[in-house]
Design a protein around this ligand. Sequence first.
Ligand code: NAP
Length: 253
Amino acid sequence: MTALDLTGRTAIVTGASRGIGLATARSLAEAGAKVVLTSRSQESAEKAAVEVGHGSVGYGAHAVDEDAAKACIDFTLDTFGSIDVLVNNAGTNPAYGPVVDQDHARFAKTFDVNLWAPVLWTSLAVRAWMGEHGGSVINTASIGGMGFEAGLGVYNASKAALIHVTKQLALELSPSVRVNAVAPGVVRTRLAEALWKEHEQLVADASALGRIGEPEDVASAVAFLASDASAWMTGEIMVIDGGQRLGNAQAFR
Ligand SMILES: NC(=O)c1ccc[n+]([C@@H]2O[C@H](COP(=O)([O-])OP(=O)(O)OC[C@H]3O[C@@H](n4cnc5c(N)ncnc54)[C@H](OP(=O)(O)O)[C@@H]3O)[C@@H](O)[C@H]2O)c1
């Protein structure tokens, strides 16, 4: 058994019907965890759980719906007996374009799903289990939360705030609950299609490792943060971007 082993642990992954969440659920399950996968749709959550296997279960819960979140936490405890890992992964971006062109509805939806939901689920998991027994919380932030890009201002602001809140929660919940985040670059998923679909080669060529990310690239980092292999890490933001922030040095070789 290695420190990466998650046998006997239970994990909830929000937004796990596809993309980074689905790959993360698979990584955690392969490491031995029992996993509850959420999605806005019960059907999609169940389908994803069947795909992941290893005794994982799907649960329909809009990440911002407090009653659904509570019900999912209760369901997880009733079914598996613990909540050792929480991955706040559900995310959205309905607010493309300049910040000054956004309306309140798009702004509020972005911040509700990307910032409030991680706070809500963390607080419920801490009250129900982790506060007494410990645990590991991993938030899916973004390298967008560390910089500035035309068109992604509101989304990036929500991820910058999530980075801040990750550190704040790490402080407040220490020493029993660790709270970290991953900050992916451009990854091949539906949410990010506008960032790579029509110009994947351009994005790949602009990064040190010469390709865009795959959901599995992020999932393995989340599994590390979930496990005892990262036991002395809290309040950290792990960038996984294939060197997108470094750029490409090929032209100088
Ligand atoms: N892809 C990238 O380049 C990239 C980069 C940095 C950060 N991220 C972050 O990575 C996370 C996952 O995104 P992704 O790229 O994997 O996108 P994706 O493939 O579109 O997956 C998004 C997932 O979130 C679920 N979801 C959306 N809104 C939800 C809500 N209100 N409640 C519950 N579940 C919800 C979706 O399920 P249903 O539609 O079935 O509800 C889906 O499973 C997000 O937080 C995103 O901001 C992505």
